[in-house]
Design a protein around this ligand. Structure first.
Ligand code: BMA
Length: 320
């Protein structure tokens, strides 16, 4: 298994840089798709598997499994995931979008935004990316951006989420919740708020957890999105946060400047202009490399890279 990777371009001083051939997944990647974006990937077998948000040409939102040998070229199933009832009763929602994927103990868990009289956090699992099982929703509506930690913390599953409203939420903090069984969630703890305009305006309207956190020698490293309200609407950029290893609701450091903001055409132009929405990473901690997957302009999937140690240093030295 080889991590997708390109070295930093010579004329670039940024801590995170883009894949030159972006976007890696185009809007018409499958015959029925209007757009493919905000999608998640994970190591699987001798390559990678993923769960992709594909809105169809009726603009119905659903999630699809896909496979790749190199993490860059993806074969996405033409049919959406057909969830069976899990070991707990399942609930069928009106739509599914913005999936995250994480391997915990014996299976891959998937979380996404599930339509249940408004958006909330859907939960499911698979062992093989062929058969999928859906469980109870984690929270009441309205909520978005449910992101699990890759291992239990103090004996419990841990999930970040962002309570919201039924529309294009103009607010939002990240919370952390715990569960003994992936069904009942509690011990809700506040984690991170949007920033005061003066301190860091790119993340002053709302924020949401992005990629599944991974452990470093400084704590959990996570990429998140932050939003500013401009005169032409929301603009979504990406930052990083370092969370305490034992109590990840404690945010040790968090970037004041963004790491990526919409500045390439495929990020600035699309169904929703000016959106960078990170949903996953692949990392090779030993070799200090991370590949970050993000949705661009609610239309395509793009990839960026960085050295983990540089991102940690940058996050610490440029923290709020
Ligand atoms: C959020 C979600 C995301 C989307 C973003 C920008 O509320 O709907 O799926 O990428 O808005 O449109």
């Amino acid at each position: 298994m080889k991590l997708p990777w390109q070295e930093r371009p010579q004329n670039c001083n940024d801590v995170v840089w883009r894949y030159r051939e972006n976007p890696i997944i185009k809007r018409d990647a499958i015959p029925t798709s209007n757009s493919v974006f905000n999608s998640a990937v994970a190591p699987f077998g001798d390559g990678y598997a993923g769960v992709f948000r594909c809105d169809n040409k009726a603009v119905q939102m659903n999630i699809f499994a896909g496979f790749s040998k190199d993490g860059i070229h993806w074969d996405i199933n033409h049919k959406p995931i057909d969830f069976k009832a899990g070991d707990i009763d399942n609930v069928h929602g009106d739509y599914k979008y913005d999936p995250r994927v994480v391997f915990i103990e014996d299976r891959y868990w998937i979380t996404w935004c599930e339509g249940h009289n408004g958006p909330t956090i859907g939960v499911g699992y698979t062992f093989d990316f062929v058969e999928f099982f859906q469980c109870e929703n984690a929270f009441l509506p309205f909520n978005r951006n449910g992101v699990l930690f890759p291992k239990k913390i103090n004996g419990k599953y841990a999930m970040m989420s962002r309570p919201s409203d039924n529309g294009h939420t103009p607010f939002g903090d990240i919370y952390l919740s715990y569960s003994p069984d992936m069904k009942y969630w509690g011990e809700h703890r506040h984690m991170m708020s949007p920033t005061p305009f003066k301190a860091s305006a790119w993340q002053c309207t709302k924020i949401g957890a992005g990629s599944v956190p991974f452990l470093t020698n400084e704590g959990w490293l996570m990429f998140y999105h932050g939003v500013i309200t401009t005169c032409s609407g929301f603009r979504y950029a990406m930052g990083s946060a370092i969370l305490d290893k034992e109590h990840p609701n404690i945010v040790k450091y968090r970037t004041q400047p963004y790491l990526l903001t919409p500045s390439e055409l495929y990020e600035q132009v699309g169904d929703v202009p000016n959106v960078i929405f990170p949903c996953a990473t692949l990392q090779d901690v030993e070799n200090d490399k991370v590949a970050i997957y993000y949705g661009a302009a609610d239309t395509v999937v793009a990839l960026a890279f960085g050295y983990i140690s540089e991102i940690l240093t940058f996050t610490k030295e440029n923290s709020l």
